[in-house]
Design a protein around this ligand. Sequence first.
Ligand code: PMP
Length: 436
Amino acid sequence: MTDTNDALFSRARAVIPGGVDSPVRAYGSVGGTPRFLVEAAGAYVTDAEGRRYVDLVASWGPALLGHAHPEVVAAVQAAAARGLSFGAPTPAEAELVEEIVRRVPAVQKARLVSTGTEATMTAIRLARGATGRDLLVKFAGHYHGHSDGLLAAAGSGLATFALPGSAGVPEAVAAQTLVVPYNDRAALEEVFAAHSGRIAAVITEAAAANMGVVAPASGFSTFVAELCRREGALLISDEVLTGFRAAPGGYAQVLADAGETVVPDLVTFGKVIGGGLPVAAVGGRADVMDMLAPLGPVYQAGTLSGNPVAVAAGLATLRLADASAYARLAAAADAVADAATAALTAAGVPHVLQRAGTLFSVFFGAEVVGGVSDYATAQRQDTAAYGRFFHAMLDAGVSLPPSAFEAWFLTAAHDDAAVAQIVDALPAAARAAASA
Ligand code: PMP
């Protein structure tokens, strides 16, 4: 007898707040019982009731190659057999950072941490240490992890649950973060004018993907970089989600390919660079990175930082993420995006599909069909229509992100059969979305 998802959820809720270890997993905005997963391979996940789904969550990004890629699993098993954690430097850490440096021109040095939250926390501390200034500018709807200073208008789970921010953040800390609308040049200029000489850094998702996918308007990233330079503030580009997913060189490469070369001072990574295990990184200009202890006065540390098993997963993933893997990812993303557009259009569902490299998401509702370039507009999407669509897809064996504010994550393992299952499920789901 296996436990049902309902039984597992009840049991979990008795001892874990909301039954989950990260809020969006609870299906709060789409309703229903979260699927408790017991296995995943390639493009598929299997729940505790033995039901198999084509997965469009990909662990929220890390599973670039698909789940449990045999060579990644073998690398992890080999590393685990040599020891789980040493608390000492290991040879593979530099190899992983070399892979990052090779892919991203702005990164001369990087340090490995365990989560994207740590990476952005450290980037901000470095920026403050380097500039001797306190204030931080972030964009509304951008998510940079759950540290105190970054939860204002933060997208992701806060958008899903319509929260303005988090309780428990001291006012004095929140006051250090200035939030401006994304893609709004005048607002950014105004905030610099109002706080002249006091802004340490602007942090931005390289392309926003935690309020749905909202790419920077053409020229906006360059504008932000130039303004930062002129004002003596550092630019932190958060590529935790876009890094090595939107393109082999992250969103910086998408921009460069479009003729816009942006060189941030600091860049954060996570998700894909751990291939499913906890690895993240903060990197950038060598002179700024060398301000970290033990060389410099900015402190940062981690018992499990650069963990050998996690690094083995990340290194194997990045080495397998070659041009053909990205081509397969792009082909799958194109096929699903085109089919979603066709199905929603045929069913008369007002929507807009937005892309950033191979990343995309779909916004539902008449309020957003003109396109979404900021958080205020993203919040006007029809989340109820998405909920109906989500459940129809789930019933047809396709697992979408349980929130309208997330990207649809394809992988290089989404082959013709997996894509066909998604494509076949779309028309009925589109009709469900249409039926208010
Ligand atoms: N930055 C971005 C852009 C993210 O998408 C995320 C996670 N979704 C984070 C930071 C935080 O990473 P983590 O969940 O690993 O702390």
